[in-house]
Design a binder for this molecule. Structure first.
Ligand SMILES: Nc1ncnc2c1ncn2[C@@H]1O[C@H](COP(=O)(O)OP(=O)(O)OP(=O)(O)O)[C@@H](O)[C@H]1O
Length: 550
């Protein structure tokens, strides 16, 4: 028998490929970064009715929750007798935010609390019970994650007409969109985002959860510039033991090398975050495969990726992109690096300040509502003691059924009251005089009392002519968007913008008019009013209006 002569196997060589990365700036947004992800293949499945012949069709929206004691009422505003979808009944759709492989995401305004949210609606109907269960997994994973300021907050989920809806906190944009439209991002911002994301990943890892799909598309930026981790569809719960048949790896571009060998664990998130930050800092489209892809996973960071990046950031990136998972730094180790700790402490301070401010706002809102209720409780019984014609004080009910009308599309006319008084001219400085209020002519067309305002005190803006009539001047306060939102002295229940335009003003060209008075100004006005002894009724008007606006 002749021995088989074996020639040595050739050493592996990567195919030489044209470079698979380009600068984002060079593309200048002309071509999309990646083509839209393809829809999942539709296998020619038999109709659902044939697979589940006896499955009762669910017509109404069904809440989805995997928490045992969660209140399962979708919304008190939902009328199941109406054919309209729960989504249409309870939300106003503002715009479509984006489309992913799973679904379409809409910016919506909840009719229940008036706040804005993002609602993701699955693109395709459930293709059977298995498909439905798989999609609902995302809800279970999102729900089990404890809340954190650097993770996109989950609100609720429901299914209707074979579609899954997930309502979450609304963010300003995704990191992917941000990077597409912003080049040469200052390193300070990159440090901020890195630390925000490290805090999010730390939160997950502290709960033995692994995200498994960290990439710019799954990272969001809030209105106040905070980076938040989202899309928890692939999260692995290490406490439940990793079932490798269930585990799914994310986008190959951000994939940790050990995942190719089926080693799932926390270091994979560190690597994906490292690639994400490298992409942001270098402004390059990183490769999805090929030579460079392998180089990045062998611990070699090509110099061309690191141009213009500070030494500190390079060091952090090298630790995060270590090829061997056991040698790769953990999130805690990175957070403890002195250059990161500095930013971490600052971001934490900012976080605390933000939460104190928002708690303060909530507290003031609660206090003002309480004050208003107290005021109603005290004044309502007293009213019966007043002569009949003075008994017109609005009740809370009438307030709710006739909320103040805000005119957002205000013109020059709106900056002046009927008598030509600048609305900026805070006439709260003038003490109100109810002495003539017993006269019917001192009531407006709705029958509300109109206080008499002495002209000299009311008109303090030079260059404005004021013709005192029975109408009081107004003070407008602004909301954060700068829209005029309330007027103080005239009765809020009759503050129709149309009524305010009933007569023309006299306007001098050199009038210096500022359309709005800020809340800060409003506080000063209230203090001024208190000094001058303004009636509580008017103060309560101010308080109520502020309560509505907070
Ligand atoms: N909470 C949110 N706030 C603002 N915009 C959002 C929010 N969630 C999603 N979007 C926008 O919608 C787009 C699609 O969302 P998302 O990536 O979550 O969908 P998806 O179907 O889960 O995608 P994929 O599974 O492919 O990651 C995002 O790129 C983003 O622009």
């Amino acid at each position: 028998m002749t021995a088989e002569i074996r020639t040595p196997r050739p050493a592996p060589q990567y195919f030489l490929q044209p470079q698979t990365f380009s600068t984002k700036k060079a593309r200048n947004g002309d071509t999309p970064r990646d083509t839209m992800l393809p829809k999942p293949p539709v296998k020619s499945a038999p109709p659902i009715s044939r697979i589940f012949p006896h499955r009762p069709s669910i017509r109404k929206a069904q809440p989805i929750s995997f928490k045992p004691h969660k209140n399962c009422i979708l919304s008190p505003h939902y009328n199941t007798a109406i054919k309209d979808l729960f989504f249409d009944q309870c939300f106003e759709i503002v715009c479509k935010l984006g489309v992913g492989s799973f679904g379409e995401v809409f910016k919506v305004r909840s009719k229940e609390d008036g706040r804005y949210y993002a609602v993701k609606r699955s693109r395709e109907r459930f293709r059977g019970e298995c498909d439905r269960r798989r999609k609902l997994e995302e809800v279970a994973k999102h729900e089990e994650l404890p809340r954190h300021p650097n993770c996109v907050g989950f609100v609720k989920a429901w299914e209707e007409k074979q579609h899954l809806y997930i309502q979450t906190e609304l963010c300003h944009t995704s990191l992917c969109n941000f990077a597409e439209h912003n080049h040469n991002i200052p390193e300070q911002i990159i440090w901020n985002y890195l630390v925000d994301l490290l805090m999010a990943v730390k939160h997950l890892h502290d709960h033995d959860l692994v995200h498994m799909d960290i990439k710019p598309e799954n990272i969001f930026i809030s209105d106040d510039g905070i980076c938040k981790l989202g899309d928890f569809g692939l999260v692995l719960d290490l406490r439940k033991g990793v079932d490798l048949s269930e585990a799914q790896e994310g986008d190959p571009k951000y994939l940790a090398p050990e995942l190719m060998a089926g080693k799932f664990g926390k270091p994979a998130d560190v690597f994906s975050l490292g690639i994400t930050i490298l992409e942001l800092a270098s402004d390059l489209d990183l490769p999805r495969g090929g030579d460079l892809w392998h180089q990045l996973r062998c611990g070699t960071l090509p110099e061309e990726f690191l141009l213009g990046i500070s030494g500190d950031l390079k060091e952090v990136l090298k630790k995060m992109l270590e090829s061997e998972p056991s040698r790769r730094a953990t999130v805690d180790e990175i957070l403890n690096m002195s250059c990161v700790t500095l930013v971490w402490k600052r971001r934490k301070r900012e976080q605390v300040t933000r939460s104190v401010v928002s708690s303060g706002k909530c507290f003031i809102r609660g206090l003002l509502s309480l004050l208003f209720t107290l005021w109603l409780t005290i004044t309502y019984p007293l009213q019966s003691l007043l002569p009949q014609h003075l008994q017109h004080t609005p009740t809370k009910d009438s307030l709710m059924s006739h909320p103040p009308e805000w005119d957002h599309s205000f013109s020059d006319d709106d900056l002046f009251d009927d008598e030509g008084i600048s609305l900026h001219n805070t006439s709260l400085g003038a003490p109100l005089d109810f002495s003539s209020s017993s006269d019917d002519s001192a009531r407006d067309h709705d029958g509300f009392l109109i206080p008499h305002v002495p002209a000299q005190k009311a008109c303090t803006t030079p260059g404005l002519r004021y013709h005192p009539t029975h109408h009081p001047p107004r003070t407008y306060f602004s909301n954060s968007s700068g829209s005029p939102v309330l007027s103080c002295h005239d009765n809020i229940f009759s503050s129709s913008p149309m009524a305010s335009r009933s007569s023309r003003r006299d306007y001098e060209p050199n009038d210096s008019i500022t359309p709005n008075t800020s809340f800060h100004q409003a506080d000063e006005d209230m203090a001024e009013a208190a000094k001058l002894g303004i009636e509580p009724k008017n103060l309560m008007g101010v308080i109520m209006r502020q309560t509505f606006l907070m």
